[in-house]
Write a protein that binds this ligand. Sequence first.
Ligand code: ZN
Ligand code: ZN
Length: 413
Amino acid sequence: MTQDLIDPRALDRLAEVAVSVGLNLQKGQDLILTAPITALPLVRRITAAAYRAGAGVVTPMFSDEEITLARYRNAHDDSFDRAPNWLLDGMAAGFANGAARMAIVGDDPMLLAEEDPEKVARAGKANSIAYRPALEHIANFKMNWSILSYPTASWARRVFPELSEEEAVAKLADAIFAASRVQGDDPVAEWKAHNAALSERTKWLNTQRFEALHFTGPGTDLTVGLAEGHEWMGGASQAQNGVVCNPNMPTEEVFTTPHAAKVDGYVRSTKPLSHQGSLIDEIEVRFEGGKITEARAAKGEQVLLKLLDTDEGARRLGEVALVPHSSPISQSGLLFYNTLYDENAACHIALGQCYSKCFLDGASLSGDEVKARGGNASLIHVDWMIGGAQTDIDGIKPDGSRVPVFRQGEWAS
Ligand code: ZN
Ligand code: ZN
C-alpha cells in the first residue's frame, strides 16, 4: 500500500544509477544483493537494470524484521553465538569469483532496541566473525560494491514519528531521492559532477601530506594522527578489479586512515549514533596514544562499552572523514538513524577496522604492512559523528606548521 507513495520514476532512476554509477556493473559480472523484503520494488528494478547491463547471475537475499525478532524472542541461548557460516562463506566465494556486491538498507534502525543487549552483542559478534572472509573482499576493495537505501515504512516511522505512515514514507522517499541525486532528468551527469568535486578535495588533501588533523569544537580537542602513507579518498574510486564505482549512495565525505597509536585528546559526539538497534547519544571519550581510555554516553552507555570491548582494535580509530556542515544531508536537519545517511551529515571518526585502500599503493600492502603504517584492525567498523557548525580543523605538517582545513564547519578554502 505504501509503495504507491513512492514515485516509480524516481525508483527507476535510482535503480539505473545504482547499477551504472554505484556498482558500474560489468558485462558478465555476477551480483550478490542483500535487502529487506520490503525493498522488493527496488530490488526488482535493480535486478532488471543489472541484467540489461549484462549481469551474469543476480542473487538477491532478503531479511525480514519479524523473522529477525523471532530469533531474539524464541531461540535457545546457544543460538546467539552462532551464524550461518555456510552462507557467508558462499558470499566470500562469490566475491573471490568476481561477483559484485550491493546492499540495500532500510530495516527499522531501532528494531532490536527492546531486545536483550547481551544477546544482540553476541549475535553481532558471531556474525562479524563468520562474515570476516567476505568482509575482507569489501574492506580491501577487491571488487566493486555499493550500498544504498530504500524508504521502508518501519524506517520512515522512526525518522518521522509525528507523521502518518503514508506521509512518513513519502517524506523519507523524497529525502532519499534528493540525497541520492535522482530527482533530476540526468542523474548520471549529476553524479559525474559530484564525484569531480569530491575528487578536487581529496587531491588537495593528498598534496598537503598532513601528519595529523586537530579538531576543536564544543567538548572536543582532538588530535588525530594520520597513518604513514595514508591516502584520502571520496566519491568514485577504483576497486582492485579495476572497476570505478561509488561504494556509498549518497556520499558527501572524504576520508582516510588515522594512525592507530597516534590519537590524543577528547571528543564529544554531535549526533546520536544508531547502532544495531540501539541509540547511543552524547558520547564523550578520551584517547591516549591512540586508545580510548575513558568513555561515557548520556544514553546507551552499556551498548557503547560492550562495543569497545569487542576486541583490542575496537578502542582505536580506523577512519577519519570530513563532511561540511552545509552538506545537503546535514541541511535536511533530519536524524536518519542510519549510518549511510547520518555519517554523510557531519565529520566523523570510526572505531575499529581501517580501509587498507586508504593508503598510497594500498592494493599491494599486506596486512602486516598496513599495521606497520598505523592501520587499525578489528571486527567492528562503527562511524560516529563529531562535526558540526562550530567545528574547526587544522592540518598539522611534519614540521609542526598548521594549515586551516575547516572553519566553523566548512572547508576553509
Ligand atoms: Zn565514513
Ligand atoms: Zn566508516
